[in-house]
Design a protein around this ligand. Sequence first.
Ligand code: CTP
Length: 406
Amino acid sequence: MLRGKTIVLGISGGIAAYKAATICSKLTGAGANVHVIMTTSATKFITPLTLQTLSKNEVHIDTFDENNPQVVNHINLADAADLILIAPATANTIGKLANGIADDMLSTTLLAATCPIVIAPAMNVHMYEHPAVVHNMNLLAERGALFVDPGTGQLACGYVAKGRLAEPEEIVDAVSNWLSKPQLLAGQSVLVTAGGTIERLDPVRYLTNDSSGKMGFAIAEAARLLGADVTIVAGRTSATPPSGIRLVRVESAEQMLEEVLARYEQANVVIKAAAVADYRPLQRYGQKIKKSGDILHLELERTTDILQTLGESKQDQILVGFAAETEHVDEYALDKLKRKHCDFIVANDVSAEGAGFNGDTNIITIYNKQGIVERLPLLSKAQAAERLMNIVAARLQQIKDDSHDR
Ligand code: CTP
């Protein structure tokens, strides 16, 4: 996918700048034409000559270093780029791009660019988690930038924490994937629910389930890679949410219902991957329940079925439900699809090896009203999510084609 592509590699000033040499070398090795822009700070960590030698192109640092009178460098680079990769991206460079500041060659080129932008942040963990940086990253993601999350490990500042630049292979793969993905969901708004809900008994106790949120998060990432505008409404999750995708946190089924309904009308696709409680305590105690006697009886009442509520008021949205079953998977899944007025049901036999809650893999079957659309083998949740989103995108395309024919 990289052969013949023009990639602008922006390097900003952090210790991980030295890894940009490997990234540059891998990109050129895969056939890309790489043009490097360094910030002045980046040149303190790695020399421009290294990058010039590896990219076989002039390295740009100063906006006013216009040595070719035929072109204006930053506009020329922005126009020529199939993709701009910023690796490492410091908090400062991220902040500048989010806020439209153009005061050096890299930030000026970024503002002039209309191509996809991939950002690989690297910084101290407290900087990475600072509300200003989180806000800036969310803003950029909403505008369509793709983030390659930093890894966890030894940071230059001595902390062992999140903030280390992702491995060069991972960054190059993300660039290659982005360039190879047709933007099938461009302009579509996708709402994904993830994780398990929490139903409180008293101020310190609650009922919940084992959902990690991994499947919902993988679906959100897959949708974003296809160009969708994605929002996640998530309950309790143990997996880390993908950075740069709009995330709304909720606790209970009732709160999830509220947040999903508030966004339903604008959504083109809704994917209900969350494990929502079917029952909640009838009474929620204001004070901690004191023990008394050998047996404690709790009364539970039904929660609102969010998927069913959505199905009953469905307009043009594509509605995808999930079914976690332990037996009669096909039969129960198709019944659920009809009862809840879904376009698709994704079912998995949670008793099968590799398909339970919490793991990194899943074995799913996707159904529509006619029956099985696809029975997938054991796949990573990311692969399964990608397949699902391609099926959803194909359905949207089919609806569009049908309306044109009419
Ligand atoms: N769901 C929901 N609201 C609820 C319960 C479930 O939106 N209160 C959604 C889940 O997000 C999932 C789908 O419904 O997409 C399937 O959940 P499940 O609990 O398996 O459905 P039920 O029909 O309640 O299952 P069963 O009949 O097997 O109890």
